[in-house]
Design a protein around this ligand. Structure first.
Ligand SMILES: [Zn+2]
Length: 65
């Protein structure tokens, strides 16, 4: 699998839009021991883009689900 190639600027924009909370369970980044990751809502393999609309901030728990 190819690694996501989001820029740190994109990641920052997603985190800011999400108010630094997981967009699934709404836990806050600052209360999490693990760094959050940026998920593609529609995977790129299915035609999803790297636009902000298709990106979501997810904690490790939600990301691994
Ligand atoms: Zn979560």
């Amino acid at each position: 699998m190819a690694k996501p190639s989001l820029t740190s600027k994109q990641k920052q924009a997603v985190a800011q839009r999400a108010n630094h909370c997981c967009e699934y369970c709404f836990c806050q980044v600052k209360y999490s021991p693990d760094p959050f990751s940026i998920e593609h809502i529609i995977p790129r393999s299915k035609g999803g883009t790297d636009e902000l609309d298709n990106l979501a901030l997810a904690c490790q728990g939600c990301n691994n689900r």
